[in-house]
Design a protein around this ligand. Structure first.
Ligand code: ADP
Ligand code: MG
Ligand code: ZN
Length: 625
């Protein structure tokens, strides 16, 4: 968003600058402009010239003697005053006019005006301008404390329109209605429809909530006030409430208009019940002020309040009750068509090589947000430049998916051969368990290049289409894939490493969720013991159950993982020769594509191996092809 540029330099520089200018002006420029050049000479030179009769006029004050010679145009000299009683006599003898002023002073009024009043006036005007700007920033001007520092955007200033927000069709539609209402309120009031006073955008970080608000500012032809929740509670205690008051006063003056409060959770956090030992008073006052301001004006005035948060569950219930933020617009992570659309929007900013398939990229980048995708395109463009290319290729895009998902390649990490071999088996273990199970997403890529995120390698699977439901079977398969890495290590080396810690964590989470949230454990049935805390921030879970139940949950979780681990081990040991073959190839090439991997896996085995039987719950993929 373009906004008013705040002056960054402290005022003091301006003041010093102006002072220096005045001094320079008075020392060098003014005498030249308003008087002839005066040369300073020693007293002896004065006497010398006097005796030779070269002087026409002399004047004298307490500190200096000024004299002019007889040339045309005359030169003017000055010299210090000496205690010289004979001087008057000598001058009389030479017939010189003395005590008469030589330098015709400019009218004293004018010279005073020019050399002092003018610069000082200039100086004061600049000072005034500066303090005005400062107060616009909500800065330190004490007269202006408590003014809100909301920035006002008028339409087209932000340069963002709904076109720039890809996907999020429902959100755009809902917001469009709001904008439309502000333009033609009559259309709605005729039918008796009342617009909600407040609209709350909720969704995970990076999904485009702030972007949507900017687009509203760009589309609505009404003033748009934008402020971030944290700006209410910055500098001084007690200022937050005053700022809210001021913001709403300004908004009412400018109505119809839109007020946007970003990250509203910073002030809208649920108030504590019961005793409050200080600390949160400031925020509470700010929130109370916001609540009463929202009640204070009626919707017909045309002030629409828009807010965004990624933690709706911590908002005070008073904020979300009808009559305040009663319209809630979810801004979710994009689905496949949404991701394609976002990639297209951002790809316009870079030069794509012909034949680039953005859908393929979008499919591989499952679970990413709009911000991730914007970043992905940029990373790809940077990679193209690094490789001295003029266009962004499919390769660049694929590589930057890995960067966004797993971090940069860590070139300086040198693994020993032994470690590299273990990692290769580990990753192929994941990939093979995935491929040998029915219903798992196809393997897209296996790599053992270490990443800055700490991963020593990874296996990427890509769903062919978007999934919204997972069956019990699906989750079990997922757990089996996660255990596949460790299973391969144990099978081949008969020892285990720490490399699987992340897998273990994820598998445990899934298994526990089956028991405590998805009602998938027969022993408990449809009972939920855990509640999610941060819906959009991947927060933890709070547990509500007795210690006895707790230990039973743990027992079931362990059992589920054990079963899946055994299943994975069986699948791998049945295909041991393939495991060796693929792991060796991966060790050599460091990266295998899904196609290469499947090609080897579906080839008939070199040595006839006993019982390539189907896994329970599914058939071998290779037997289908
Ligand atoms: P948040 O929801 O956290 O406020 P932002 O609106 O700040 O997310 O999004 C960050 C950046 O991600 C945007 O500036 C934009 O470049 C990109 N982005 C996010 N969602 C979209 C989208 N739907 N279409 C296009 N770009 C998007
Ligand atoms: Mg934001
Ligand atoms: Zn692993």
């Amino acid at each position: 968003m373009k906004d008013i540029k705040n002056p960054k330099k402290p005022v003091i520089y301006y003041y010093i600058g102006v002072l220096v200018l005045i001094l320079l002006f008075n020392m060098f420029v003014a005498p030249r402009l308003f008087g002839p050049k005066v040369t300073e000479v020693p007293y002896s030179v004065f006497l010398d010239k006097l005796d030779r009769g070269e002087i026409s006029e002399v004047s004298r004050d307490d500190i200096q003697i000024t004299f002019a010679d007889k040339k045309e145009p005359r030169n003017i000299y000055k010299t210090g005053v000496m205690d010289d009683p004979a001087l008057v006599e000598r001058m009389e003898k030479a017939g010189i006019k003395f005590y008469s002023p030589i330098v015709e002073p400019a009218s004293p009024l004018i010279s005073f005006l020019l050399s002092w009043l003018l610069p000082i006036g200039f100086f004061m005007i600049i000072g005034r301008l500066m303090s005005k700007r400062l107060s616009k920033m909500g800065g330190l001007n004490t007269m202006q404390l408590g003014k809100s520092n909301a920035k006002i955007y008028i339409q087209s200033k932000t340069g963002v329109s709904f076109k720039d927000v890809a996907g999020q069709e429902e959100a755009k539609e809902a917001l469009w209605e709001v904008v439309d209402f502000l333009h033609n309120p009559a259309k709605y009031t005729e039918v008796g429809a009342v617009m909600p006073k407040g609209v709350l955008l909720v969704g995970p970080p990076g999904t485009g909530k702030t972007l949507l608000a900017k687009a509203v500012a760009g589309e609505a032809k009404v003033p748009f006030f934008s402020i971030s929740g944290s700006e209410f509670v910055e500098m001084f205690v007690g200022m937050g409430a005053a700022k809210v008051r001021d913001l709403f006063k300004q908004a009412e003056e400018k109505a119809p208009c839109i007020v946007f409060i970003d990250e509203i959770d910073t002030i809208g956090k649920r108030r504590e019940s019961g005793a409050n030992f200080g600390g949160n008073d400031e925020r509470e006052q700010t929130l109370n002020q916001l609540l009463s301001e929202m009640d204070g004006f009626d919707g017909s005035k045309g002030v629409m309040i828009l807010a965004a948060t990624n933690r709706p569950e911590i908002l005070d219930p008073a904020l979300t009750r009808p009559g305040r933020f009663d319209r809630r617009i979810p801004v979710e992570l994009p689905d496949l068509p949404g991701r394609v659309a976002i990639l297209k929007v951002h790809a316009k900013k870079v030069k794509l090589a012909p034949g680039v398939d953005l859908t393929r990229v979008a499919r591989a980048a499952a679970g990413t947000s709009g911000a991730d995708l914007a970043n992905l395109i940029n990373e790809a463009a940077l990679r193209a430049v690094r490789n001295n290319r003029k266009t962004v290729t499919q390769d660049d895009l694929e590589a930057s998916i890995d960067v966004v998902v797993a971090g940069y390649e860590k070139k300086d990490r040198v693994m020993s051969d032994k470690e590299k071999t273990i990692v290769a088996y580990h990753e192929v273990g994941h990939a093979m368990v995935a491929a040998l199970q029915m219903g798992s997403a196809p393997v897209h890529k296996i790599t053992i290049i270490p990443r800055t995120s700490g991963a020593l390698g990874f296996t990427m699977q890509v769903e062919q289409e978007e999934r919204f439901l997972m069956s019990k079977q699906d989750i079990e398969n997922k757990i089996a894939i996660l255990t596949g890495g460790r299973a391969a290590e144990e099978l081949v080396f008969n020892s285990i490493t720490t490399g699987a810690s992340n897998d273990i964590e994820k598998a445990t989470q899934l298994a526990r969720a089956m028991v405590t949230r998805f009602g998938m454990a027969e022993e408990f049935g449809m009972v939920a013991f855990d509640q999610q805390q941060g819906q959009y921030l991947g927060g933890g879970y709070s547990s509500t159950c007795s210690a006895v139940t707790q230990s039973k949950i743990d027992e079931l979780t362990v059992k589920i993982i054990k079963e899946q681990y055994d299943k994975a081990t069986r699948a791998l040991s049945d295909n041991l020769s393939k495991l060796h073959e693929i792991a060796h190839l991966l060790y050599e090439t460091e990266t295998l594509t899904g196609e290469q991997f499947m090609e080897i896996l579906s080839r008939p085995p070199l040595l006839a191996e006993g019982g390539q039987e189907a896994l329970e719950g599914g058939q071998d993929k290779e037997e289908q092809t």
